[in-house]
Each structure stands twice: as structure tokens, then as C-alpha cells.
Write a protein that binds this ligand. Structure first.
Ligand SMILES: [Zn+2]
Length: 426
């Protein structure tokens, strides 16, 4: 095989590019190039085995590093729906080890492997935990969203593991509810408090480093008094006085909520509901799943949701995103020519017109692509038989195609009936 052919296929996949567009680009330039079928053959026989091998090396290195560290794994885990449209073909579950800030494992679940697509996230968690058990690694802490099935399973099956909820996920739910309460009759003043209440939620968790749930809840509940301009003698003995100093200037003239008003009562019911307090008691003080949000946005580059991928194609792209994340997760902030830190102003959608200041990081590096290329060409020249074996192994363990669950009609019969119906209409 001409080296350039394999190189083109490798460069397309390793850069996270889409095959059809990339090959069309050569076509428009009147450059002779490989066909799509060749790309898929290269991907199956050489590229996927290479990606899996490099990922296993990466995982082994991380696991050895972790074995030298004290305490069990601290994992932030989150699922993602990886399919175009509403029909979820895949769900993936990824975990970032918080002390390393690296993606340690990624599991892809095809929805016909489980009772229905909402099970994918749960199945992904189970597989990732089984993977760590095989390696003899203890999981001391898991931080996740409030996926009920996962919470129950962790509680029952992993009695020695602490499970905490990510503040961002809980905050998002509260924020949405305050927003909708604020549009009710006599409640519009509440909207002005939304951001302060959310900030207070973050503070309640972050200021309780020992993760004592009842203290987080006591701090949280003090917000009810605070927004009514009462800052001392809060009812919970674990947190009786607001932690802020005397209020000054603008802070004194806030839109205080009248005690016993309709807005006050409605808000109190919302913020102190039994179910919510139970979740707030389990908020994570130290670690959040924000690293996973960053990883998931990277996934959108490697596996955009508008494109359908084969199971192994999807796995490869998840892993490429993992390799990219791991190499670049500790990137320092960029500086300008005068040596000052660089920042950008962005307007995230969720802030509805408000801005956020973000540090600009230095440009990402791609040493993992160099490693992939070296492994690919070295193995192609020296261990082609092993590559072929691995490729066969990978295909053997795959779930069947999604359509295998459907009843297939006889194709000729189906066409006959379509044509006769069409003619009848004409
Ligand atoms: Zn206060």
C-alpha cells in the first residue's frame, strides 16, 4: 500500500475530521485520492487497533501513577447521549480522576444492549466500576449528577464509596425553578435574587470542606432569612448567623422579600423541599464535574452529534477526545508580549446576555497524534498479523446492529407493495 494512502486515512481520523467532507475537499481540488471504502478498510484494519493500543498504554500509565498515590480513586462521572436526533443509539459514560485531572475510562453503550436508551448511562457506570475492580483499584469517591438509578446502585453496591452530587447540576435545577416561580403572580421580585441564591448554594458546599451534609443544609437554609433582611438567629443551630459582615451601600438597599408574603412562602417551599434538602446534604465540597463538561465539549469536535458513526468508529473518536483532553488538561494560561495574563470576555447562553471572563490558555499540543502515527506505521510494518488479530477481536465483541431487533421484510415483496401503492395513487 502506498504510505500516503494510510497517512491520509490516519490524518482524517486522528484530527477528528469527517471522512466525506475531507475526501470531497481533495476531489474539488482535482487531486486523486483514496475512496471512502478504502478509508473504512484502513480504519477497521489498522487505525482502530492502533487507537485501542495507545489508549490501553495511556490507561496503564495512569493506573500505575494512581497506584503510587494514597487513598482510593476520586472520580467525577457523567453520561452523554451520543447520537444524532432523538433516537439515541449510543450513550457513553466517562470518568475523570480528579487528582490527575485526566479521563481515566470511557465506556460506550449501544442502546440495544440494555432494556432502553435511558439505561445507557447506568450500564456505562457499571462497566467502568467493573473495569476498576479488575485492576484492583478502590473507588473512594464518586461525584456525579443526580441520576436516581446510579445513586441507588452506588449506595447499595459500593458501601465503601462516598457519593456526592455536583453543585452545577443541582444549581441548574434550582435556577430553572426560581425563574419559573418569578413569572408567577406577585413573585417577580424573586428574579432579582436568583443569582445570589445560586452563589449561596456554591458557597454552602465549598465552605464545608469536611462535606458534613447537615452543615451544608443549615448554611443553605439561612438564605431564607437573608433575603428577608434577617441575618442573625437563623433557626438551625448548626448555622445561626450569616457569614457576611455588616451590609454596606447597595447591599443594604436590595429588594428584600417581605416575610409571609406570597413570594416568600412560595420560595421557602421551593428551597427547603424535603427532596432538595436531601440532595443538598450530598453536595460535593471539593470536586465538581466541570472537568467533564470540558471533555464533553471536546467530544462535540471529535464526534459531532449530526453524524452517525459505527460502534467502533464512535469508540475510537471518544478515545481520541480522551487522549486530547489528557495531554492538554494542565495547559497554563497564555501571556501576551508584555507578560500579562490573557483573558477573553464571553457571553454564555445560560447567562442570558451577561458576560463571563475566561482565562485564555496556551495553544493545545498534539503529541498523542505523533504517538498514534508512530505506533500505526511501526505496527503496520512489523506486526501486521497482530493488528489483524486485534481488529478481528474488536469486531467480535460488538453488539449487533440496531436494526437486528426489527423484523425485516422480504425486500422484493416490500418493493412490489410500494410500487403498486404508488401507482394506485397516481
Ligand atoms: Zn445575611
Amino acid at each position: 500500500m502506498p504510505a500516503g494512502n494510510l497517512l491520509i486515512s490516519a490524518a482524517i481520523l486522528f484530527s477528528g475530521s469527517m471522512v466525506t467532507q475531507s475526501l470531497r475537499l481533495f476531489d474539488f481540488m482535482n487531486m486523486l485520492c483514496i475512496r471512502r471504502t478504502s478509508f473504512y478498510r484502513h480504519q477497521k484494519n489498522y487505525l482502530q487497533p492502533t487507537i485501542m493500543k495507545v489508549w490501553r498504554d495511556e490507561q496503564t500509565t495512569m493506573i500505575n501513577q494512581l497506584a503510587d498515590m494514597e487513598g482510593g480513586l476520586i472520580l467525577a462521572g457523567d453520561g452523554r447521549c451520543d447520537s444524532p436526533g432523538h433516537c439515541a443509539k449510543y450513550g457513553s459514560f466517562s470518568v475523570v480522576e480528579q487528582r490527575l485531572n485526566k479521563v481515566l475510562d470511557i465506556q460506550l453503550v449501544q442502546s440495544n444492549e440494555v432494556p432502553n436508551s435511558s439505561w445507557c448511562e447506568h450500564e456505562g457506570l457499571r462497566r467502568t466500576i467493573a473495569f476498576f475492580e479488575d485492576w484492583g483499584l478502590d473507588v473512594s469517591t464518586i461525584i456525579s449528577d443526580r441520576h436516581r438509578q446510579n445513586a441507588k446502585w452506588i449506595r447499595e453496591q459500593m458501601p465503601n464509596t462516598d457519593h456526592y452530587f455536583d453543585v452545577w447540576h443541582v444549581a441548574k435545577g434550582i435556577s430553572r425553578k426560581i425563574e419559573s416561580l418569578g413569572s408567577q403572580k406577585d413573585c417577580s421580585d424573586l428574579k432579582a435574587w436568583k443569582q445570589s441564591i445560586i452563589n449561596h448554594l456554591y458557597w454552602s458546599a465549598a465552605s464545608t470542606p469536611d462535606n458534613r451534609g447537615e452543615v451544608i443544609v443549615a448554611k443553605w437554609c439561612s438564605v431564607i432569612g437573608h433575603i428577608q433582611n434577617t441575618h442573625t438567629n437563623h433557626p438551625d443551630p448548626l448555622f445561626t448567623d450569616c457569614a457576611h459582615g455588616p451590609l454596606e451601600g447597595e447591599e443594604r438597599n436590595r429588594l428584600w422579600i417581605q416575610p409571609n408574603s406570597r413570594a416568600a412562602v412560595k420560595l421557602e417551599n421551593l428551597l427547603t423541599s424535603k427532596a432538595l434538602l436531601k440532595d443538598i446534604g450530598k453536595l460535593s465540597a471539593h470536586y465538581q464535574t466541570s472537568s467533564l463538561e470540558a471533555f464533553h465539549s471536546l467530544l462535540l469536535h471529535f464526534a459531532p452529534k449530526h453524524t452517525a458513526f459505527s460502534n467502533l468508529g464512535m469508540q475510537s473518536r471518544l478515545i481520541l477526545a480522551g487522549l486530547h483532553y489528557n495531554e492538554n488538561s494542565a495547559r497554563p494560561q497564555a501571556v501576551n508580549s508584555e507578560g500579562q495574563m490573557r483573558y477573553s470576555i464571553v457571553f454564555p447562553k445560560y447567562k442570558k446576555g451577561d458576560y463571563t471572563v475566561r482565562p485564555i490558555k496556551i495553544k493545545p499540543s498534539y503529541l498523542y497524534v505523533q504517538k498514534l502515527m508512530e505506533t500505526l506505521f511501526n505496527d503496520y510494518l512489523q506486526h501486521r498479523r497482530l493488528m489483524k488479530q486485534m481488529s478481528e477481536q474488536l469486531s467480535e465483541n460488538l453488539p449487533g446492529p440496531m436494526s437486528s431487533r426489527m423484523e425485516h421484510p422480504d425486500k422484493d415483496e416490500a418493493i412490489d407493495s410500494f410500487v403498486s401503492r404508488f401507482n394506485a395513487v397516481v
